[in-house]
Design a protein around this ligand. Sequence first.
Ligand code: MN
Length: 245
Amino acid sequence: MAQHPRIAITTYGRDERGRFSLPAAYVDCVRRAGGLAILCPPGEPRLAEWLALADALILVGGGDIDPALYGGPRHPALYGVDRERDEGELALARRAVQSGVPTLGICRGTQLINVALGGTLHVHLPDVVGERVPHRGSRPGEEALHEVEVEPSSQLARVLGATRIEPASSHHQAIRGLAPGLVVTARASDGTIEAVELPGHPWLLGVQWHPESTAARDATQQRLFEAVVRAAGEGRRRPSERIAT
Ligand code: MN
């Protein structure tokens, strides 16, 4: 039986009807890249056991991280705050950093990696940079396209095969204080941090946009999923490089 790299994917928290959910596009992208998707909803008390099942981790998008977790202010534009999800995912992100498991952060997932490592967020980006660059659609939950400039020497540029992209976005928050160890690898024209990497980690990338939204028609965005699945497969062949946690 062929062994495909196992890609752990977080999910959204419990909704008002008591259901966990996840946009199917995340799973589609992983499957298209040859990975075996394993979902992990919030509230898992055995996080270490769950992460040990996987060869890579994808921290997906969603609502805002509770600003109390990074010393940020309350703001009327905050939405979807879910402490159960925040606490589990922060623990997961820290484990992923320590263990060296390949990790891809997407939108909230990238903000989460930054907070897990001691960084802070802009609680409402339009208050800081205005709305000249459309980081989100005109209605809640809608996406917009805006240009992102990628640092040519970055791992991200090598993965994408491009330094100027126009991905789909839906965010009203972004990294404010960069966590120690992270480096910025892409920005929007208003200065907003759009991607980070963690030098010294075998494979950790975070993007502020939504590659899964356009990957079915945009090979450049699908390459992020191909790269994390490839890194997962390589890590699996060299398990001694992974540090037990
Ligand atoms: Mn953006």
